[in-house]
Design a protein around this ligand. Structure first.
Ligand SMILES: [Zn+2]
Length: 59
């Protein structure tokens, strides 16, 4: 399992409705909060779902 830290950029398999597939991690823990880089929309995912849909973007 990959370690994710606040401030990391992740990509998702399915892009957001605005067309952007890159997100900044704003909270980690039992739940993960991601902020869309393009439109600023924030979503909350539980860790199971997060690890299914998100991948750390290569820096
Ligand atoms: Zn968006």
């Amino acid at each position: 399992m990959t370690t994710v830290n606040v401030g990391d950029t992740v990509t998702t398999r399915k892009p957001h409705a605005c067309g952007c597939d890159k997100w900044t991690v704003v909270r980690v823990g039992a739940d993960f909060k991601l902020k869309c880089l393009k439109c600023g929309h924030v979503v909350m995912l539980d860790s199971d779902k997060f690890h299914k849909v998100a991948q750390i973007a290569t820096k």
